[in-house]
Design a protein around this ligand. Structure first.
Ligand code: GDG
Length: 757
């Protein structure tokens, strides 16, 4: 079973506790405009007998979203399903005006765009790849160009409605570049994105030539939602591997924004499906079905005709079942409803042929004069017909090879409210993690499926009801309405704690400046990497050299007689001397092991290095079997760098290494985890210890300490109350303030330098 589900339910119950806060939040955001964007509008336009005909969809998504948008100022942006080549300018104007009545706004696509963007990049590149059909996935530059172009068109049309405090909810794989395009133009809008199909594992996703652009597009959103936690993990891994962006339990800090990722398993309109079988029309249809099926057991399959749904493999497994269970001949019927879909994409045309050949072969092989084992329908049913089929089925047969969620399984459960029925379900569907009571199968294992079909037909009604009840309980609780409101609430929870709020305000900067101006003796303790220089993930020291701007600022600060500027770094002394050759600032290397005084390096009182040998042996052994790992031997510490190691391997090796190093029992030697490295050194050798010495050197009127990682926390802890301490970045810290980034640090230092001559 998938753990994420329990996490998900936990989050839901946790949410109930916060219901009060949520209501307050809701009241605040209900006044804001909600803009829904999906490729297809919930209104489809067709030309019938020369006239334009508007049909409103009653699909689940439209209904779910309408419940959250009902009392809000809202608009739905999307393509109405007709190519603009077939429309006159006047007709387009008329469409735009008429769609307004449905709270919709059109994005017009030409036939060329429909072919290259929709049938091309969306349905012949992304769809197969994201469903693990790599061999079906076509990579063409012209498809990609069209995808970019159409995402741009969607951005233009959407931006007409988006203000800086609007809520925008972008849907699905056809619009993965849109969040970034919207963010560029409306930096403060609240942008949510939901993917309705699986996000594939890293090994599959990396095949996409435009993978980085796609990830960057998605990262324009504040909240990125998926059906299951597995998909969340896949996405996070891809952002880590391709863009080098880490996350903290699903939260990504990127371009000074906080981006939340989470699982939101989509639901259905449960009551609508549960009640409909009792309606007069459905009862009538069911009666006709009864006559036709002559009390046979009915196995039902309902799918779009899509290769991801595994219809041919399902037919093969059914054939095997018939072969192995002749007692069920004449007793069972497979009702196969394969709804027409994407007939203009080559792979779909072939699929239809394959299905039809298999159906006629199986029917030819097993039929008798008064029985056919498969009743095949290639058509679209209306809602009443569909619910009637569901309600009448003894077994629901859902075995996609891959499926983001699969709503058909949930709909069957709802139509059997308080009744029996069995669900045979593929473990490759997202919905499987929510329905452990279904008879789950590997859709590629014919024998297992044939066995489960038999089990389903033989299952005692009591057992059927028991399993159904458990599933109904879950599906009826987390409905599509709940899904939509949960997503929007989470979007608000994310944007209401923006990263920027944590950063120093102007008043706080002014306070530091005022103290600086007043002071006659000032101590400035500055970390180097991540504080005065952005991180360089390279062992090449040259790349980590200070910029001209940094040197200029430090030089000017140090030339002021009232100032003592000290760089306290973990870097070895050689590197610091090369970096700051001509500037007479204080330098402290290796976290306090070496102090640069009067032109030469002096050992600090904190050093000893007798302990190193056994640790070095272990590090070397690990480095040998970890491609990319580097050992750095400093005078008083050892560092195991894993910035060039594959992240997963790095994680495993780091944990193993930590355990093994703990077995070497040297008093006072500790293993410390830093930015993509482990450092081994004396516990008493840390920046805090050397900072204490520096602080006690003199009676300072002003102390400023700036740093970005855990080694700087040691300094923050020992500073006197009146000192100013600043952590670079949004993370939690013992420092009094957080500052955005290296540039902001340099701005601050420049301001001080210009203010306090
Ligand atoms: C994508 C993801 C994810 C089918 N035939 C008829 C008909 N339907 C309706 C069903 C159901 C819907 O179409 C199909 O939904 P699924 O979820 O099963 O599959 P996809 O179309 O592939 O949907 C999927 C979903 O998005 C939502 O996020 O679950 O994984 O692939 O609602 O009832 N409806 C009518 N007549 C038919 O003949 N009226």
């Amino acid at each position: 079973m998938d753990r994420p589900t329990s996490r998900f339910w936990f989050r839901l119950t946790e949410k109930l506790d916060y219901a009060y806060n949520v209501r307050i939040l809701e009241a605040r955001y209900m006044s804001k405009k909600l803009i829904i964007v999906s490729t297809r509008l919930p209104v489809t336009i067709k030309r019938v007998d020369g006239k334009l005909q508007f049909t409103q969809s009653s699909g689940g998504l439209a209904t779910g979203v309408s419940t959250v948008s009902r009392n809000r100022d809202s608009v739905w942006v999307g393509w109405p399903g007709i190519a603009s080549d077939d429309l006159t300018k006047k007709e387009m104007q008329e469409i735009t005006r008429k769609l307004k009545e449905f709270k919709c706004h059109p994005v017009f696509l030409t036939q060329d765009q429909v072919d290259l963007y929709y049938s091309g990049y969306c349905n012949a590149t992304l769809w197969p790849l994201f469903h693990y059909f790599t061999e079906n996935s076509q990579f063409h530059r012209r498809y990609w160009r069209s995808y970019q172009e159409v995402n741009g068109l969607f951005a233009d049309e959407t931006l007409r409605f988006v203000t800086n405090d609007s809520d925008v909810w972008v849907h699905d794989y056809q619009l993965m570049l849109l969040p970034k395009l919207l963010r560029k133009n409306r930096p403060n809008a609240h942008i949510g994105y939901f993917l309705h199909i699986p996000f594939p594992s890293y090994e599959i996703f990396r095949l996409l030539p435009e993978r980085n652009q796609v990830l960057e597009g998605l990262l324009g959103a504040d909240l990125i939602g998926f059906h299951t936690y597995d998909y969340v993990r896949h996405f996070l891994r891809s952002t880590q591997r391709h863009l080098g962006i880490d996350n903290q339990l699903g939260t990504i800090y990127y371009e000074n924004r906080k981006i939340q990722t989470d699982a939101f398993p989509i639901g259905i309109e449960y009551d609508k499906f549960a009640k409909n079988p009792k309606s007069r029309r459905v009862k009538k249809i069911t009666k006709t079905l009864d006559v036709f099926q002559k009390n046979k057991k009915v196995i039902l399959a309902v799918d779009r005709t899509d290769y991801s749904k595994g219809i041919p493999a399902r037919l093969d497994a059914y054939e095997l079942f018939l072969e192995q269970h002749p007692e069920y001949h004449n007793e069972v019927v497979l009702l196969l409803l394969a709804v027409p879909s994407r007939g203009d994409v080559e792979a779909y045309k072939e699929l239809r042929q394959t299905i039809e050949q298999k159906v006629s072969r199986i029917n030819g092989r097993f039929s008798s004069v008064d029985w056919s084992p498969i009743n095949y329908l290639h058509q679209h049913m209306d809602f009443d017909e569909l619910t009637s089929l569901y309600a009448n089925a003894d077994v629901m047969y859902v075995t996609p090879l891959r499926d983001g969620m699969n709503l058909v399984a949930k709909e069957y459960i709802a139509t059997h409210h308080n009744k029996d029925g069995v669900l045979v379900l593929s473990e490759m569907a997202g919905v499987a993690s929510e329905l452990p009571e279904a008879l789950q199968v590997n859709p590629n294992n014919k024998q297992e499926i044939a066995n489960r079909l038999f089990d389903a037909l033989e299952m005692h009604p009591k057992e059927q009801k028991k399993r159904m009840k458990a599933m109904q309980q879950r599906v009826s609780t987390y409905t599509i309405e709940r899904w939509a409101s949960d997503f929007l609430e989470q979007l608000h929870a994310t944007v209401n704690t923006p990263v920027d709020h944590q950063f120093m305000k102007k008043a706080e900067t002014n306070e530091i400046r005022a103290d600086y101006v007043k002071a006659d003796s000032r101590l400035l303790l500055l970390d180097y990497d991540g504080t005065l220089r952005s991180f360089v993930d390279s062992p090449d020291e040259k790349k980590a050299k200070p910029s001209k701007r940094v040197k200029k600022i430090l030089k000017a600060l140090q030339e002021n007689k009232k100032n003592e500027v000290v760089i306290i770094s973990g870097r070895p002394k050689r590197a610091l001397r090369t970096f700051f050759q001509n500037i007479k600032i204080g330098l402290i290397a290796e976290h306090g092991a070496w102090v640069y005084k009067a032109g030469s390096w002096v050992k600090s009182s904190l050093t000893s290095s007798k302990w190193k040998e056994p640790y070095l042996d272990v590090l070397k052994r690990y480095a040998d079997r970890t491609p990319g790992a580097i050992i750095e031997e400093k005078d008083y510490s050892l560092v195991w760098h894993f910035r060039n190691v594959t992240p997963d391997l790095a994680f495993v090796r780091k944990e193993e290494l930590k355990m093994e190093l703990q077995n070497i029992a040297f008093d006072d030697i500790g293993v410390f985890e830093g930015h993509k490295m482990l450092e081994i050194k004396a516990q008493s050798l840390h920046k805090g210890a050397i900072a204490t010495e520096l602080i006690s050197d003199k009676k300072w009127d002003f102390i400023l300490c700036i740093g970005d990682d855990y080694t700087d926390e040691d300094m923050f802890h020992v500073l006197p109350e009146r000192a100013h301490s600043i952590h670079v970045g949004p993370e939690e810290s013992a420092a009094k303030h957080n500052i955005k980034d290296v540039d902001a640090v340099l701005d601050l230092l420049e301001l001080l330098e210009n203010s306090g001559k």
